[in-house]
Design a binder for this molecule. Structure first.
Ligand code: SAM
Length: 347
């Protein structure tokens, strides 16, 4: 495998790093040095709009899986989504993330009009989509309409493990293919996985790292697996907090250039999780912009934080947290460092 932008470490070294809880400080120090050299003390913020919790899929770990009858379903209208993006812009966000379940109501035409309208209001904003799997043609249309980035975690790079986490009507190959399609079209792509998902082993995590080295994504999102009480995985334990932090450091060492978020799930498993994630090597935060009336219903896992605060409060709270951790929030698009804005391509 030719490695252009990622650093190579052999499996034995990775296995030792992933498995040893005493290595957190050492790996964080290395990771921090790298992120400071490349991104300085900058932390990029993305305003997250969770536009729908309606989903056709039945991932065994996820609280908004289609078969869960115990949550109130919602869908934001085009107008609500655009108004929320406008609010985000006024609060200083220069990236808006549209994330939701795989909800067929949102056709390509609807997304095209949302993207064009947001870009029409704010040409200097980046739009990240996280809509799950769609056809090549659909991804292409949304890219042409102005979408810049796409988050689609591979979830696991081990085929058997994939089918322990997902029913057979979902496809391991289709998920991976979608990531390469997105990259080919020109999106800045984000992959990733949950740490401590049921049945995951350290060897599987190494497979994920190798897969990500092949994909060379602009963004890599990881967070601990957290149990949701209405899923088939209700009796499994949460993933490990310390292991997630250690993996953030490992990602920074392997992918010096990457945009790595300190996720809401990390902030949920520990009250200082998001700050510690930044100290471990992350350089992105994705605060929630969604209207407070729907936040409780985007219940991927139990005890999710920030479901009651208004968007402006979230922003103010994060400024303080980031400053206390020794970093600085910047109001910028925050593209991956090798991204060319003219050609809209990276690498
Ligand atoms: N439908 C889109 C997709 O499939 O990519 C986006 C929404 S999906 C809910 C976003 C991410 O939430 C998934 O990629 C998954 O890793 C994460 N997630 C779902 N359930 C989770 C859980 N119980 N614990 C932690 N993360 C979870």
């Amino acid at each position: 495998m030719e490695l252009k932008n990622t650093k190579y470490y052999d499996d034995q070294t990775l296995k030792r790093w992933i498995g040893d809880d005493s290595l957190n400080d050492e790996l964080a120090t290395r990771a921090n040095k790298i992120r400071r050299e490349i991104y300085g003390d900058k932390v990029y913020v993305r305003g997250l709009i969770e536009f729908s919790n309606i989903c056709k899929n039945n991932c065994y770990y996820c609280g908004i899986r289609g078969a869960n009858k115990n949550i109130a379903r919602y869908r934001l209208s085009t107008e609500e989504i655009i108004a929320t993006a406008d609010l985000g812009y006024d609060l200083g966000y220069r990236t808006i993330v549209l994330q939701g379940g795989e909800d067929a109501y949102y056709t390509d035409d609807i997304f095209v009009s949302i993207i064009e309208e947001i870009k029409g209001h704010h040409p200097d904003i980046a739009i990240t989509l996280s809509l799950g799997e769609r056809s090549y043609e659909s991804y292409k249309r949304l890219y042409i309409a102005g979408a810049d980035r796409y988050l689609l975690r591979e979830e696991t790079s081990d085929k058997d493990h994939y089918y322990k986490l997902h029913p057979r009507d979902m496809s391991f190959e289709a998920r991976r293919k979608a990531l390469f399609n997105l990259k080919e079209i020109g999106y800045q792509v984000g992959g990733g996985f949950m740490v401590g998902s049921p049945y995951q082993t350290d060897d599987m995590i190494i497979k994920d790292l190798r897969f990500l080295q092949e994909l060379e994504p602009a963004m890599i999102g990881i967070g601990p697996y957290l149990t949701q009480h209405d899923t088939p995985f209700r009796d499994f334990s949460n993933g490990s907090y310390r292991k997630t932090l250690r993996l953030i450091s490992i990602l920074r060492i392997l992918f010096p250039y990457a945009l790595i978020p300190s996720t809401t799930s990390l902030g949920t498993i520990d009250p200082r999780g998001r700050e510690e994630g930044l100290k471990a090597g992350a350089n992105v935060l994705m605060p929630n912009l969604s209207p407070t009336s729907v936040r409780e219903s985007y219940a991927l896992y139990d005890n999710k934080i920030c479901t009651g605060e208004e968007a402006a409060e979230c922003r103010a709270c994060l400024e303080v947290r980031v400053k206390n951790a020794g970093f600085r929030i910047v109001s910028a698009r925050g593209d991956v460092i090798s991204y060319n804005k003219e050609t809209r391509r990276y690498n």
